[in-house]
Ligand binder design. Structure first.
Ligand SMILES: [Zn+2]
Length: 436
């Protein structure tokens, strides 16, 4: 088994302390300049209905450069890039609203409160001074501001042999933070054992095939994202109905939006840690469906597919999972997911009728099973040398060159629901797998 090199990206939040009073004043001036810059850029973008990066550059760059000659030119670029993305998401919301015309139309984008300055890689540098790490920020016109970075040990470890890319500074009243984006290459080993996952809205179905221990087990990790999102959808609707003052309404919507994002993110983080830990404990590479293929191959959109392609949690889940797996030295293998949920793993008969929601029943041979587990089995058999066979009602998984491993279903679906969202969740699942 060989090794592969993967690139991982991560954001570190680092507290900054201005070296002198002057540095503090400079960063506050920068924030207020950048906010004005952003406001101007957004006005231009909205007024001219700018939709591409190229057009944004044509309309904004010269004009803004002349208005803010004292700022580093990269701030101008970052500002119109952000204005463009704000305008794009407004247009998306508007299109959605036009379809149903329910509730109030989305309010046009504006820069009310801004606490963030986008930093292009050319505008900052990290330097060592005595025992400190110093952030040297270029304001423009030869002006620099310097900050001591309060870096924790774990972040220091992350920083070593990492490449820094575009980042942000957050000015939160008197506190200053750097959101530092780092990239690094990690060596990932290929493993014979496999952990196949099928991600759904409220659960991840898993198939762990362990050749060394000669056993395989199917289990589900459940969580409550759909209920949580439904609750917040209800809250949003009632805010839109009941609060007339636009300013108040936006403030409330933003508050609850942030709360929802945080809670979803929290679940995603915990679930992906659980999966990565299972992979580590059983020395298994993770196998997942190839999303891009699905997008191209499928004209008709099923509810499930829609969820996968359009919602944030799904992409976040995959992004997080890959990061955590690579970080631990495990590979993530993508396989073609086409028709994996409607193909019979026993006789390979393909029919949409084979599946209804959670149940799978083959129209041809009558094989009956949990449909998410069917998807896992099929994903496994799409591996280059993976084979699934069903004999005498028993499921077997094997690699063409390797030994045959019987597949069991975990007696209780482990770590169901709330457990995953409580504090230390990681041990629950591996324990249950060990018991089967
Ligand atoms: Zn069949």
């Amino acid at each position: 088994m060989g090794t592969v090199t993967k690139t991982i990206q991560k954001t570190l939040k680092i507290k900054l302390v201005p070296v002198s009073k002057r540095d503090k004043v400079l960063v506050h001036c920068l924030l207020s300049d950048y906010t004005n810059l952003l406001t101007d850029a957004l006005n231009i973008v909205v007024k001219n209905d700018v939709r591409s990066r190229k057009k944004a550059h044509e309309f904004c760059y010269r004009y803004l450069r002349e208005r803010y000659p004292h700022l580093h030119n990269k701030y101008v670029e970052e500002a119109y890039k952000r204005a463009l993305s704000v305008y794009r998401s407004y247009r998306r919301l508007l299109r959605k609203w036009m379809k149903h015309k329910r509730g109030n139309p989305p309010s046009p984008p504006s820069v009310d409160v801004n606490r963030v300055v986008d930093l292009h890689i050319d505008t900052f540098r990290i330097e060592e001074e005595n025992i400190f790490k110093i952030l040297r920020l270029s304001i423009g016109g030869g002006e620099y501001a310097k900050f001591i970075m309060l870096v924790y040990d774990h972040a220091l470890r992350e920083l070593s042999n990492a490449k820094v890319s575009n980042s942000k500074i957050i000015v939160d009243r008197d506190a200053l933070y750097l959101l530092l984006t780092i990239r690094k290459n990690v060596e990932v080993f290929e493993h014979r054992n496999k952990l196949v996952i099928d991600i759904n809205e409220d659960s991840v179905a898993c198939l762990l095939v362990d050749y060394e221990k000669s056993r395989a087990v199917l289990f589900t990790i459940s969580y409550k994202i759909s209920r949580l999102r439904m609750n917040y959808r209800r809250i949003r609707r009632s805010i839109q109905r009941k609060v007339d003052n636009i300013y108040e309404r936006n403030k409330l919507l933003e508050k609850y939006g942030a709360r929802e994002r945080n809670r979803v993110e929290d679940i995603v983080k915990k679930v992906t840690t659980v999966i990565a830990e299972i992979a580590r404990m059983h020395k298994a590479d993770i196998v997942r469906e190839n999303l891009e293929n699905m997008k191209m191959n499928s004209r008709k959109s099923s509810r499930k597919l829609n969820y996968r392609l359009q919602t944030l949690p799904y992409r976040k889940m995959i992004f997080n999972l890959e990061y955590k797996a690579y970080e631990r030295g495990f590979n993530v293998v993508e396989v073609d997911a086409k028709k994996t949920s409607i193909t019979c793993p026993s006789c390979w008969y393909v029919d949409k009728e084979n599946r209804s929601d959670d149940r799978f029943k083959c129209k041809k041979c009558g094989f009956e099973f949990n449909s998410h587990y069917v998807a896992c089995l099929n994903l496994f058999s799409r591996l280059n040398d993976g084979v699934v066979a069903i004999r005498g009602g028993r499921i077997y998984a094997y690699l063409e060159a390797g030994s045959v491993v019987p597949v069991d279903v975990a007696p209780d679906d482990p770590a169901i629901g709330e457990q995953v969202t409580r504090e230390k969740p990681v041990l629950t699942i591996p324990k249950i797998i060990k018991n089967t």
